[in-house]
Design a binder for this molecule. Structure first.
Ligand code: ANZ
Ligand code: ZN
Ligand code: ZN
Length: 824
């Protein structure tokens, strides 16, 4: 047979699959569905690298495995096409983002098609296509009409390089997510928000039942950050009071001072004259620091006294009010009651500035080292002394509540989702500002609001996008009163577009609505979602929007959570462990690997073999040559079989060895069980290892069980191997499947089944003697009946030689151990 040549067979099958629409699906109610798709990529100028390929290989293995199992499988691809890099590239080169993006998409599509992934390409989406963002805008107007999209002025993160505001989720360790060398700063601007906080509790509650990795669930839980506590009131005088948020109202008797955030509006009003200069100076330098720095608990604390005093609502005594930057304005009320006896930060602060400490938990001061944040028996706490702190919590709040000095309060860390960007390359926010009617949503019939073409992409830096300078586009009539009005000139951040593409895939070509709920409800929720990023952004936003869609009746109640199993893969770093990036020139291009002759199958196989899918790994340049050699071994086995088949059955067909074919069958069944179970638990690397072992075993067995004398057995077992390998290496298996005589695709053939009895049965080695001399060893299943064993032993070639045509006078049998033919 010819040689294994991926470069001829891969394009051939890719074309056949496309021509026969093998992976295109519709809502076939007679079949069970699996919706399994990877996160859509941002089509960067760099193209795909082998890190992306890991994600797609994993996703495709799962999709193909289920397709072989008979499911109706939806897997699709699209482009998260809006975004800053295209715009920055336009600023540098003058190439319009629409043009460079289209080119990048073309490149990505070409790369992906060369990988032979089983997408339903008829559902491909492009978030920058007006036919798509028309519906992104429609969703915006729906959110607006339901009070879930609003404009507000607030201090927001701003990246000086991007010249735009950022969402909290886009600030990583105080830097811009796109510029890890650039500190973000706070700027006061008027921005658009989506009210994700309305769903905070629901989103939090549901995390528990998600079939997601624990670490990812914990990250979302912390991001939402629910704290149950109370708001306590500390009076300054008859007209002024300070509200604090605390999770430990039970420690209020130990609150020996208050601390305001430097930005707190009361700071100016309550600071006494003699402290004002010092306070002003402190506030000025404190507000320049980032929250990240300010939240660092290991930092030496600093602060200043305002000179003001407030009344502790529990003790009735006056306590000093300080200002310190470890209290953040953006959380709770921006003020705290300091309980140095039970809070480390407050302790450090009190220690430094010599402020009083009142013990409120029994025995705490005797502990060495002193412990903070603990519960225990209350002391110095008026009528609550003697009780347990956690049990007294509610009672203390009730007691203060009766005096009008407390209320229960639940606080969340999550903030509303900042969505507006002062950038060009995004979906225009479909709002018209009317001087009389205020902001009005663009009417459905006028959607999409198409992004106008411009010549100069440079952001103005004034806080407005370049769209503000396109007068013909900006000036419109108010949809309500028809007076002169102006369009909103901000665009939506790309995360809006990607919050509903999973919905769009289910009805990607619908021209009259975002999707037909009937179609969506067939596919939703996703059974598998594959990605390795966007934990507190996309994965949270999509959950939020989906709940909103449920409330509109666009998604069924039972799909409130849109994503079933989240398969969160690790990264692939370059061989030296550093991050792959264009600037470092260490990006491994999958096409280069494929074109160097190894092919997509070897690449994909290696991406799965490289290690447990959820761990970060370093690229190994000798990996693909290794999996390529493995595929060659598979090819050679098939070739040998096909040669043997051509030659016809061997003359010595009688030499066929049932005991060895039992072993062959058992080897295969064990591999089927192993690969299936590994796939079910997403252990791709061990599944591939099991296939490699299977091929090694076949090669060994071939010596004992010649192909030519056992055509039938080998045919069946080799086909099982192909079917098991098909989800990982779809081209070579398709080719061999057809060479073995099939007309239909292997990918819709079947998933091989195993027989537990065959898998479990023990093989025993039986020593065969002729006249007391060892002449053969037989491997038989332990439950082989003795007559069959004797028969097999007699038929063994070497035994026949020594029997010299005589029939034995006596047969000595030791079950499971020995057969001795005695001829004299
Ligand atoms: C008194 C107290 C005593 C506190 C004690 C803790 C332990 P989480 O769980 O993160 O919600 N706090 C409240 N607002 C703050 C702000 N704007 N900046 C910095 N710290 C703030 O934390 C709530 C606790 O963090 C609150 O409870 C408050 O300190 C502090 F033994 O109040 B606690
Ligand atoms: Zn930036
Ligand atoms: Zn109007």
């Amino acid at each position: 047979m010819d040689k294994y040549e991926p470069k001829t067979i891969e394009p051939k099958w890719q074309k056949v699959w496309q021509d026969t629409k093998l992976y295109e699906v519709s809502e076939d109610k007679s079949k069970e569905k699996i919706y399994a798709t990877p996160m859509l990529p941002y089509p960067s100028g760099t193209g795909l690298h082998v890190g992306h390929v890991r994600n797609y290989s994993i996703a495709d293995a799962i999709a193909r495995y289920h397709r072989q199992r008979g499911y109706n499988v939806l897997s699709a691809m699209g482009w998260d096409a809006f975004g800053l890099p295209a715009e920055n590239y336009a600023i540098k080169t003058g190439t319009p983002p629409a043009k460079s993006t289209a080119e990048n998409i073309k490149n990505f599509r070409r790369q992906l098609k060369r990988l032979g992934i089983s997408y339903d390409w008829s559902r491909e989406i492009d978030t920058s296509d007006p036919q798509y963002y028309k519906w992104t805008q429609w969703i915006f107007t729906q959110l607006f009409k339901h009070g879930l999209a609003y404009q507000a002025s607030s201090l927001q993160w701003w990246c000086p390089k991007c010249k735009t505001v950022l969402a909290n989720e886009q600030v990583i360790n105080g830097k811009c997510w796109r510029h890890d060398d650039t500190d973000v700063i706070k700027k006061r601007t008027k921005q658009w928000f989506f009210k994700i906080t309305k769903y905070a509790d629901e989103l939090l509650e549901a995390i528990d039942q998600l079939d997601w990795p624990t670490s990812i669930k914990a990250m979302q839980t912390n991001w939402i950050g629910k704290s149950v506590g109370a708001e306590l009131v500390f009076k300054l005088d008859d007209s002024k009071s300070i509200k604090v948020f605390t999770t430990r109202p039970d420690t209020v008797y130990g609150a020996t001072f208050l601390v305001l955030a430097p930005e707190h509006p009361l700071v100016k009003k309550i600071t006494t004259k003699e402290h004002s200069e010092e306070v002003e100076r402190y506030v000025e330098q404190a507000t320049k620091k980032g929250d990240i720095e300010r939240m660092d608990d290991n930092r030496v604390k600093s602060g200043v006294n305002t000179g003001a005093k407030a009344i502790n609502p529990a003790t009735g005594g006056p306590i000093p009010v300080w200002v310190a930057d470890y209290v953040l304005m953006g959380y709770g009320t921006g003020a705290i009651m300091a309980v140095p006896a039970n809070d480390q930060r407050d302790w450090d602060f009190a220690d430094k500035y010599d402020l009083p400490v009142v013990e409120i938990i029994q025995g705490q001061s005797r502990q060495n080292p002193r412990s903070f944040g603990i519960e225990g028996q209350l002391i110095n706490s008026g009528e609550f002394s003697g009780g347990n702190s956690s049990e007294a919590r509610e009672a203390i709040v009730r007691y203060l509540k009766d005096k009008g000095l407390a209320k229960e309060k639940t606080q969340y860390k999550i903030r509303d989702w900042l969505i507006s960007r002062q950038r060009y390359w995004g979906a225009p926010i479909p709002i018209i500002h009317c001087p009389d009617c205020g902001p009005q949503p663009v009417e459905d019939k006028d959607l999409p609001v198409v992004l106008p073409e411009v010549e100069n992409f440079e952001p103005t830096g004034t806080g407005k996008s370049v769209l503000a300078s396109v007068e013909s586009w900006v000036n419109v009539k108010c949809p309500k009163c028809k007076a002169d009005a102006k369009r909103e000139t901000d665009t939506m951040d790309g995360y809006a577009c990607s919050s509903w593409y999973l919905h769009r895939y289910t009805d990607a070509n619908n021209q009259t609505m975002a999707w037909d709920p009937e179609k969506l409800n067939y596919w939703f929720p996703l059974d598998f979602y594959f990605g390795g990023d966007h934990v507190v952004s996309h994965l949270l936003y999509t959950r939020f929007w989906n709940r909103f869609f449920v409330s509109l009746g666009l998604v069924k109640e039972t799909a409130k959570e849109p994503i079933g199993k989240l398969v969160f893969n690790g990264y692939i770093n370059s061989a030296d462990g550093s991050k792959m990036s264009k600037s470092k020139g260490n990006v491994v291009d999958p096409l280069e690997v494929i074109d160097s002759g190894y092919g997509a199958d070897a690449l994909r196989l290696f991406e799965l073999f490289i290690g447990p899918y959820d761990q970060d790994v370093d690229w190994n340049p000798s990996g693909v040559p290794g999996t390529y050699r493995f595929l060659q071994r598979v090819w050679s086995l098939a070739a040998e079989y096909l040669e043997a088949l051509k030659d016809g059955p061997a003359d010595d067909a009688g030499a066929s060895r049932p005991e060895q074919s039992v072993k062959l069958q058992q080897t295969t069944h064990r591999a089927i069980k192993k690969v299936t179970e590994d796939l079910e638990r997403l252990s791709f690397n061990t599944a591939v290892a099991a296939l490699m072992e299977l091929v090694n075993s076949f090669n060994k067995l071939k010596a004992e069980l010649p192909l030519r004398s056992n055509l039938q057995a080998w045919h069946e077992n080799l086909e099982s191997l192909f079917q098991l390998l098909a989800p990982f290496a779809p081209h070579i298996t398709e080719e061999l499947w057809h060479r073995f005589g099939h007309d239909d695709s292997i990918h819709i053939s079947a998933w091989p089944a195993w027989d537990d009895e065959i898998v479990a049965s023990e093989l025993v080695t039986i020593v065969v003697q002729v006249n007391g001399k060892v002449r053969a060893n037989l491997q038989l299943s332990s439950d082989t009946p003795m007559e069959e064993a004797v028969e097999a032993a007699r038929n063994h070639k070497n035994v026949q030689v020594w029997l010299k045509g005589k029939s034995p006078a006596k047969v000595i049998k030791v079950p499971g151990r020995l057969i001795n033919f005695v001829t004299r």
